[in-house]
Design a protein around this ligand. Structure first.
Ligand SMILES: [Zn+2]
Length: 460
């Protein structure tokens, strides 16, 4: 008994102490709050079932398609079911790009026509359904291409075989380097007079699955040439072929941009109890046309819904307004993110933080912090709270595409950093399916986002 009498005040020290000295503010048990958030999500999450509804029930939900509108309706209902308030849609003007059909054939000097599996790049103009035939020329990378004269390139079809650098351990860094071949080479090749461009997909896999993704024509481009992507295996075979003999290519595609349409960002809130300054928690609702988009970005969508659910379920009294934003048209334009930021700029509505989940539904490893060093240091002080949840990497300094336009308004940004080693195997392909997502890993990601939002809300 004696012992207990001494120990009890130690356990109740915070309470007893504050009773004797009312000037001392009671300390919040953040570790306990983190545990409550985690237990609620790990035991009662709807994220996995919601993901199934979204990516199997609705399926691909590309910008400007009826399926995207169905996804918007679904999201509004989910926000309401989970207790979101001020649910609304924000108009976003998006391009109407249609893939149509695509066909790519090659013929070596003494061979027959052979089909290669291909995808038109998002935004690419097609051949108008007619055969476009030309001689293939090959460039390993941009250094090699930049040495070519326009006379070498004129009327040719340029093939870039720049491979995803397997030696770069952070896959998103390797993707940034390989991805620029996708978005920049159509304009570069067009300027030297090329008829079309074929690029190796920026994939970490050694298979033959083509990856789509966006490309852009420069405003000055007079000739918007067709741009196609092929898988890693076909790329290596094509390189061997074109190095040894003359190769002719035949392209027949019907892709193209046909005007614009209104899509919507979908928004819900938990109003702040102390003030109306805003914390944005975001993901993008659209996917590529050829993909279920389970990791990209169905996972982010259902994690955001889970953050809303857990804040309501645990009756967390948030100081600031937590605003959940599902962005339109990330994949082929980022017009949802640009529109949201333009509205914030116009209204002057104060925003203190924005976080996005758009790197796949894999186990969380960290949170990337795109903010000034002073603010980053405030987050570093919370590191030990996150460690029991496998979240340790706060070293990266990038943010999600949809919230990136808020950077111009000096708003601190962050992104969930999951383990991305498998992400670029399937990114922007038909392989990004529900079956590739693990329920437990998906939930752990939601836990990390909810904990981060909780800390920012209580401390900033
Ligand atoms: Zn994405």
């Amino acid at each position: 008994m004696k012992k207990a009498i001494f120990i009890l005040p130690l356990f109740l020290g915070g309470i007893l102490f504050s009773q004797r000295k009312p000037v001392t503010k009671p300390k919040v048990d953040y570790a306990g709050e983190f545990r409550k958030i985690s237990n609620e999500i790990m035991l009662n999450s709807n994220a996995y079932d919601n993901l199934h509804e979204l990516v199997k029930g609705i399926g691909p939900r590309f910008a400007a398609t009826p399926a995207y509108d169905r996804a918007v309706e679904w999201a509004e209902k989910k926000f309401a079911d989970n207790g979101g308030e001020n649910i609304r849609k924000q108009d976003v003007t998006v391009p109407v790009w249609e893939r149509g059909r695509e066909n790519l054939q090659i013929k070596a000097a003494n061979g027959n026509w052979k089909n290669i599996r291909t995808l038109a790049l998002g935004g690419s103009e097609g051949t108008g359904g007619k055969d476009l035939t030309g001689e293939l020329i090959f460039a390993k990378d941009l250094v090699e291409f930049n040495k070519m004269f326009p006379s070498d390139v004129k009327d040719k079809i340029v093939f870039f075989n720049y491979a995803f650098d397997q030696t770069i351990i952070n896959p998103s860094e390797a993707y940034l380097v390989a991805g620029k071949y996708r978005w920049s080479t159509p304009s570069l090749a067009s300027r030297k007079g090329a008829k079309a461009v074929i690029t190796r997909s920026p994939t970490s896999a050694f298979d033959d699955v083509p990856h789509t993704g966006s490309m852009y024509y420069d405003a000055l481009d007079k000739n918007k040439i067709p741009a196609l992507s092929i898988g890693a295996k076909s790329s290596d075979e094509l390189e061997q072929l074109v190095k040894n003999q003359k190769v002719t290519v035949k392209i027949n595609t019907t892709s193209g941009t046909k005007g614009e349409k209104i899509n919507h960002n979908v928004i819900a809130e938990i109003p702040g109890n102390k003030d109306k300054s805003v914390i944005v928690v975001g993901a993008h609702l659209d996917s590529w046309d050829i993909s279920e988009g389970a990791h990209d970005n169905g996972a982010g969508v259902v994690q955001i819904l889970e953050v809303l659910r857990v804040f309501k379920k645990l009756e967390i009294k948030n100081n600031h307004t937590i605003r959940f934003v599902l962005f339109a048209n990330e994949e082929n334009g980022v017009h949802g993110g640009e529109t949201y930021a333009a509205n914030v700029k116009k209204s002057g509505e104060p925003h203190i933080f924005a976080i996005e989940s758009d790197a796949g539904g894999y186990s969380p490893r960290g949170i990337s912090l795109d903010m000034i060093p002073q603010r980053r240091r405030l987050v570093f002080a919370w590191k030990n709270l996150f460690l029991p949840y496998g979240v340790y990497d706060f070293s990266q300094e990038t943010s999600g595409q949809d919230i990136a336009p808020l950077k111009k308004l000096a708003i601190p940004l962050a992104e969930l950093v999951p383990d991305m080693q498998r992400y670029f195997d399937i990114h922007h392909t038909s392989q990004d399916t529900f079956e590739k997502v693990n329920r437990r890993e998906l939930n752990l990601g939601a836990v990390a986002i909810a904990q981060m939002v909780y800390m920012v809300d209580k401390n900033w």
